[in-house]
Write a protein that binds this ligand. Sequence first.
Ligand SMILES: [Zn+2]
Ligand SMILES: [Zn+2]
Length: 216
Amino acid sequence: MLSTALRYMEEEHTCPHCGEDLKLCHAPPMHVGDGLGWGSEYLFVCLNDDCPLFVKGWKYIEDQYGHVGSYRHMELPNSNEQINMMVAGKDAFKGSVVQIDELKAQNERYQKEKKAIQALDTCVETNDLASVLYLLTSEHPSLEVKKRASTYLLPLNSIDCIEPLRNYTFKDEHLAMEVNLAIKAILENHFLKECPYCSELVKSRAKLCKHCQKEL
Ligand SMILES: [Zn+2]
Ligand SMILES: [Zn+2]
């Protein structure tokens, strides 16, 4: 959970070997060996290349196991247990540091999506087209959520949905079809049609497009 990670960001962990702050990192999907992982999505890791544990680790691992590697000091969130974690190289975990800005942005997006999903229940009564459009035209909501959102287009019956929906490419063919059918019905309800040349809305009985002057 993102909120969990944001809470972890507040935790302070210091490396007992070098005194530097540990970095909050995404845990690798699986820990080689036990296959169970660390039981946490996040780990605090000392990424200081001058950390004595890391500096001395290379020789130790070579002597003990005969392969290249070293140790990073690691602690789990909510724990003071100190773990020497074996790493294969200098760059291990450096790409996994949790970026707080990115995380905050993700969290905001998640909250916004959650709010929009909740708003669907009453979107027709409250005339909340914005939530429906947000869910339909963002990349992250699930297909199931998008399909549900699309069922509110016709009850909302607003021509304001047409432009944003036409500007978005739906990856799912079935969803694209549902959206198209809804737009078609909304246009009919408003006695309108889309000009095939310039895409502007014109009266369904118009013989000439008032925007591009082409014959319809
Ligand atoms: Zn250290
Ligand atoms: Zn036109």
